[in-house]
Write a protein that binds this ligand. Structure first.
Ligand code: SAM
Ligand code: SF4
Length: 466
């Protein structure tokens, strides 16, 4: 459909080559630009990607930590994935859901089963979900919108889902309008690999997913359809990781130039073993743990204001080491088998791949408290219309801190009262007190305002946000 696109393979390789010659002072200038909260140019990111010197790398890591602190504070936003159906017409070589995989049991949740899954997630304390679908005519826009409505309408005591994000196959502009109407948060599409030739090899021609451009411009169509928040991502392990970082940056710049605002989030999933799928063992591009930390830090420096998602594909150890480098959102208590929340049993024959972090939401939150992070289930921005360009224009001067931290405190308080174990409640209250002290330092009136809202929550009110 599109003869040319904004990903030029030769240009990326040439930028990466040029990036090799940067000296120490150039690298420091680039780091300083990031710390000034400016988005990097491709050649600048290419130079960071080629840094090998241990001391300079440490400077990159510490700048990423500093940026995270300054822009996102101690806040980590929590969500959970909810797999709706695993039927798929495509044959992506690396995915357990691919159509030729006879080992996988095909299943789509019925409306009743969907409600049951949502109630369980709510009873654990979740407020934000990402619904995930294979690509299949059964999962068209009307179907997706219907599942979103069911999720929003399913309540369980104080439990409710306040933001539904979607990870599904790319759609038409008209289809996206249907999802907008149903109250979508973010629409996420991972390009998988930005490298054209690798993309062709891994996504057989003739398949819907075989069309690189249809996918690459999928989020342009989403924005044309009125969806303000879009999420990009690459599946690390399909091609060279440095190349993929360049692809992600060029994609962000393309959206920024075309729509005045870049992506809301970037995801950096690493390939995982999948049932009856040989790809993982054969991949020569698997990303080591050290390189993974590097790539997270470099994404943070390249696009300071874009949310960064780290999924439960990663082990607890890697998550705790990587989060400080710039991650703003994580999932926890996740099950990716279809219907997987019903039982604690492992359901490999309905799963897309295997997860690395199988801890409960409460235990991950507890660990975050130990590390000094405040958990947030906030959905305030999106429900107050602070999305897309408006969100970015507020995020950039740091005004968002006036909303994000208070809303984190308020939603965390709800969690502590309604769902936390005694242990997490104790450590959570300490974290809230620390955050309140920090708010007070900058703005004593703000602390009083938050405390008055906290009192309302203690008295039983819910869903209070600024
Ligand atoms: N079917 C839709 C599509 O492909 O866009 C959306 C959902 S797909 C289930 C979600 C994502 O899972 C894919 O975009 C891909 O990046 C990721 N994925 C597929 N196989 C994986 C594997 N073996 N390990 C880790 N992530 C994988
Ligand atoms: Fe289907 Fe998506 Fe898996 Fe590809 S990645 S086989 S499109 S579910």
């Amino acid at each position: 459909m599109y003869k040319e696109d904004f990903i030029n393979d030769d240009e990326i390789f040439s930028l990466l080559e040029k990036g090799k010659n940067a000296n120490r002072s150039e690298i420091r200038k680039i780091i300083a630009k990031s710390l000034d909260k400016k988005r990097l140019e491709p050649i600048e990111t290419a130079k960071l990607l080629q840094v090998e010197d241990e001391n300079l790398l440490e400077e990159i890591f510490s700048a990423a930590r500093k940026l995270k602190d300054e822009i996102y504070g101690n806040r980590i936003v929590f969500f959970a994935p909810l797999y709706i159906g695993n039927k798929c017409i495509n044959n992506c070589l690396y995915c357990g859901f691919r159509r030729d995989n006879k080992g996988i049991v095909r299943k789509t949740l019925t409306p009743e089963e969907l409600e049951e899954q949502v109630k369980i997630l709510e009873s654990n304390g979740h407020k934000r979900l990402i619904l995930v679908y294979g690509e299949h005519p059964c999962y068209d826009a009307n179907y997706i919108a219907e599942t979103m409505r069911i999720v929003y309408n399913t309540k369980n005591g104080n439990g409710e889902i306040r933001r539904v994000n979607i990870n599904a196959a790319p759609l038409d502009v008209e289809d996206y309008k249907i999802l907008k109407e149903a109250g979508i948060g973010t629409f996420q599409i991972f390009q998988e690999t930005y490298h054209h030739e690798t993309y062709r090899k891994l996504h057989p021609a003739g398949d819907r997913k075989g069309d690189y451009s249809w996918r690459l411009y999928g989020l342009d169509r989403a924005m044309k359809g009125g969806i303000d928040d879009v999420g990009i991502g690459a599946l690390f392990g399909l091609f060279e990781w440095k190349y993929e970082i360049m692809g992600l940056l060029l994609h962000a710049i393309h959206l920024e130039k075309t729509f005045g605002v870049g992506p809301h989030t970037i995801s950096c999933p690493r390939i995982e073993p999948a049932l009856d799928t040989e790809f993982y063992d054969q991949s020569k591009y698997k990303v080591s743990d050290d390189d993974f930390k590097k790539l997270v830090a470099i994404i943070r420096l390249s696009v300071p204001y874009t949310g960064l998602i780290l999924t439960a594909r990663e082990t607890p150890e890697i998550r705790s080491e990587t989060i400080p480098l710039g991650v703003s959102q994580i999932d926890a208590g996740s099950k990716i088998g279809i219907g997987g929340y019903t039982k604690d049993d492992y359901i490999p024959d309905k799963e897309q791949f295997h997860l690395g972090d199988n801890r409960s939401l409460d235990s991950v939150i507890n660990e975050m408290c130990e590390f000094g992070y405040i958990t947030s289930f906030c959905t305030g921005c999106y429900r107050s219309g602070r999305t897309g360009e408006r969100f970015m224009s507020m995020a950039k001067p740091g005004i968002i801190q006036n909303y994000c931290i208070p809303n984190a405190i308020l939603t965390f308080k709800e969690y502590l009262l309604d769902y936390a174990t005694d242990e997490t409640r104790k450590s959570g209250e300490k974290v809230i007190e620390k955050e309140l002290e920090m708010v007070e330092k900058n703005d004593p009136e703000r602390r009083k305002l938050i405390e008055s809202k906290l009192k309302l929550i203690e008295e039983g009110q819910r869903d209070i946000y600024l």
